[in-house]
Design a protein around this ligand. Sequence first.
Ligand code: UGY
Ligand code: MN
Length: 246
Amino acid sequence: MQHLGFTRTSVKPDHALLTPDSFIRAPLPGFVNATCIVHISPAMGAAFTQYTVEASADSSFGAAFEHCSRFVFVLEGEMTLTVGKKKYVLKSLHYAFVPANTKHSITSQKSAKACVFEKPYFELPDTPLPELIVADSRKVKSAPINNDPALQCRMLIPEHPSCDFMVNTMTFDPGASLHLVETHVMEHGLLMLQGGGIYKLNEHWYPVQKNDVIYMAPYCPQWFGALGTGKSEYLLYKDWSRHPLE
Ligand code: UGY
Ligand code: MN
């Protein structure tokens, strides 16, 4: 019996809080010496997938799902992305956006951990396909949200019609909060990177902390207020720049 059946994990029709005590590890096709935790998927109603890859020594990823763009954010250790003849070393807090149908491999020599988002790519006519992006998230310039310097956003994928989703980091000083209860057509996948606070999802209020995952369905009212003495930060996926009738 574990914790007398207690968990902060809560799955509701329009949102889910998934906490590490309830994570289940399972293999995904093609992954070698790596286990995956699928947090968010179409099985939950999402149009994307968010999973954690826990890699041990000499690991390699399986291929991205067909016609899916893949975004990989390294949380621990070091991974190597190979595209054609080019190799990119992804250290902790570095990331890669790999456009759909790009043949690539991702390997690690030692243990490493990454957060991955995958989404079927929705191409627009007369719009070029997106390009590979490899960067250090800490080197991406942040900008305040709603002129509030205590709430900083880094856009890790450029806001361009080629890209049909965004991944941002949102960093809150202690006491900072979203300035409204957002309610929007876009859905979110979220990973807490540091700190914590209170997430309001629809009518529910949840204490959240590092390593928690949240799914927010379209139109789920959402608000976050940061608590504690240090910064709070999360990694945030949202679909972007496509007509809702597509
Ligand atoms: O950009 C966003 O939609 C973001 N501010 N949402 C969120 O943090 N829940
Ligand atoms: Mn939002």
